[in-house]
Design a protein around this ligand. Structure first.
Ligand SMILES: *[C@@H]1O[C@H](CO)[C@@H](O)[C@H](O)[C@H]1NC(C)=O
Ligand SMILES: *[C@@H]1O[C@H](CO)[C@@H](O)[C@H](O)[C@H]1NC(C)=O
Length: 167
């Protein structure tokens, strides 16, 4: 006859095996989800645009950021980190990336939103390259799963341009 300890141990082993199996299935089925996230950003206003005393350009903008990231959520999604970046090219760097706004989305219900905001983080160039500068706005996301590996991707929204003159 098996002792209680033996049976408890067998039960625990069984439970752990099932749990590991569920985790494997969770991250596996997750890889079949082909998300179709949408993002749209409008620059509603250039609040001000100047050169700082140290020679670096800085701009403040009002943005309308709207997104539908609901398709990123599966039952294995813990949360989604999003950030909006301005990306542009200068003589010195092929890619300058400046984060303007970010957020953490905790649930699918909150993954479809719009927000009317000025840039949360400062848009400062390392120099005075911003007058008339073309730039892209990119919505980046990191999907943090309950189990399995993190997923990251982005949507590029091209075709923005800063004013030719400081204001
Ligand atoms: C922001 O964009 C959303 C979606 O395009 C729109 O419904 C909303 O009215 C806009 N808000 C402002 C303040 O422009
Ligand atoms: C901006 O987007 C366009 C079109 O996707 C791309 O060709 C260009 O390289 C992007 N610019 C930067 C600086 O990433």
């Amino acid at each position: 006859m098996h002792s209680f300890g033996y049976r408890a141990n067998a039960l625990l082993t069984f439970a752990i095996t099932i749990l590991a199996l569920i985790c494997a299935i969770a991250s596996f089925t997750d890889s079949f989800n082909h998300p179709t996230p949408l993002a749209q950003v409008k620059v509603l206003n250039i609040n001000w645009f100047h050169k700082q005393p140290n020679g670096n350009d800085e701009v403040s903008m009002t943005l309308n950021i709207s997104a539908d990231l609901q398709s990123l959520f599966t039952w294995n999604t813990k949360q989604v980190f999003v950030f909006l970046a301005a990306e542009y090219e200068t003589k010195k760097n092929a890619l300058n990336q400046i984060s303007l706004w970010d957020g953490i989305i905790q649930s699918k219900e909150h993954a479809k939103f719009w927000t009317h905001t000025s840039n949360k983080y400062r848009f400062i160039d390392q120099g005075s390259n911003l007058r008339g500068k073309e730039f892209n706005l990119t919505m980046h996301w990191h999907v943090m799963p309950k189990t399995g590996k993190m997923l990251a991707d982005k949507i590029v929204i091209p075709g923005y341009r800063l004013p030719e003159e400081y204001r």
